[in-house]
Design a protein around this ligand. Structure first.
Ligand SMILES: N[C@@H](CCC(=O)N[C@@H](CS)C(=O)NCC(=O)O)C(=O)O
Length: 233
C-alpha cells in the first residue's frame, strides 16, 4: 500500500517531509489536514498521533509522527545509503544534530515569533525577537564553523529541509535576516539550486503571507493550549 502523509499545507514540518519524499521520488498519497477546522484535534486523529500534531506518516499501518523521525525513517527504510541521510557516522551525527537544533531551538524560537501570532492571540515581543536572533546567530556560527555548502555537508541533507522551512517563515513576515550572511546565502542557494523543492516551501509561504494580512478566524476552535484571538463579528 502506498504511504499516506497527513500534512498541513503551510506547516514547516509537513513541508520538509514532502520535500524529502519528492527528492527521493517516493510515491505517497497526500492527505490534507485542515488545521483551521481542527481536523487534527479529533479523537480519530488522536489514534494516528496522540500528540494531535501534523504531520503523521502512515506506512501500511505503521503510524509515525514527529517530522524528524519521519524523515529519518523514510530514508532508512526506502533509500538507505542515499546522501540525503548519510551513513558515515560523523556526517550523520551532524545531520542529527541539526535536526535536533531545529526542533529544540531554531524552529521553536522562530515559529513562536513568526507563526504563533498569525494564528493565535500572541504578540511579537522584544524577548521573542531576542530569541529569534539567538537562533539565527547560532545557526550562522554552525554554518561558518563547518564551512559546508549546506547545513550538515557539502550536499543537501534532510536537515536542510527543516532549517529552510523554519527560515521561510521569517521571509513570510518580511523579517530581514540578510546580516546573517551565511544563512542568507545558504537559503538563497537552496532556492536557485532546487527550484522544484523550493516551490513546495514557496506555496506555503504565500499562504502564510495571506494569513498574516488576513488573520484567520479560529474562534470556533477549542484549542487546549493556544489562546484564541477574539474576532468582533
Ligand atoms: N515536533 C513536531 C511538531 C509538529 C507541529 O508543530 N505541527 C503543527 C502544525 S505546523 C501542529 O500540528 N500543531 C498542533 C496545534 O497547534 O494544535 C514535528 O516536527 O512533527
Amino acid at each position: 500500500m502506498v504511504m499516506k502523509l497527513y500534512a498541513v499545507s503551510d506547516g514547516p514540518p509537513s513541508l520538509s517531509v514532502r520535500q524529502a519524499l519528492a527528492k527521493l521520488k517516493l510515491p505517497f498519497e497526500l492527505v490534507n489536514v485542515d488545521f483551521g477546522k481542527g481536523e487534527h484535534m479529533t479523537t480519530e486523529y488522536a489514534l494516528l498521533n496522540p500528540q494531535k500534531e501534523i504531520p503523521v506518516l502512515d506506512d501500511d499501518g505503521f503510524h509515525l509522527s514527529e517530522s524528524n523521525a519521519i524523515l529519518q525513517y523514510i530514508c532508512d527504510k526506502y533509500t538507505p545509503g542515499n546522501e540525503l541521510y548519510p551513513q558515515e557516522a560523523k556526517t550523520r551525527a551532524i545531520v542529527n544534530h541539526r535536526l535536533c537544533f531545529n526542533l529544540s531551538t531554531y524552529y521553536a524560537n522562530i515559529s513562536a515569533y513568526t507563526m504563533a501570532p498569525i494564528f493565535f492571540d500572541y504578540q511579537r515581543t522584544e524577548l521573542g525577537l531576542k530569541k529569534v536572533h539567538m537562533a539565527l546567530d547560532v545557526f550562522e556560527t554552525y554554518l561558518q564553523r563547518l564551512g559546508t555548502k549546506y547545513a550538515a555537508a557539502d550536499h543537501l541533507t534532510i536537515a536542510d529541509f527543516q532549517l529552510i522551512n523554519s527560515t521561510m517563515t521569517l521571509e513570510a513576515i518580511d523579517f530581514d535576516f540578510s546580516k546573517y550572511t551565511k544563512i542568507y546565502k545558504w537559503y538563497n542557494d537552496f532556492k536557485t539550486q532546487y527550484p522544484e523543492l523550493w516551490k513546495i516551501s514557496e506555496d506555503a509561504m504565500k499562504e502564510i503571507q495571506y494569513f498574516a494580512a488576513n488573520p484567520p478566524d479560529l474562534s470556533h476552535l477549542n484549542h487546549p493550549i493556544h489562546p484564541i484571538r477574539k474576532i468582533n463579528k
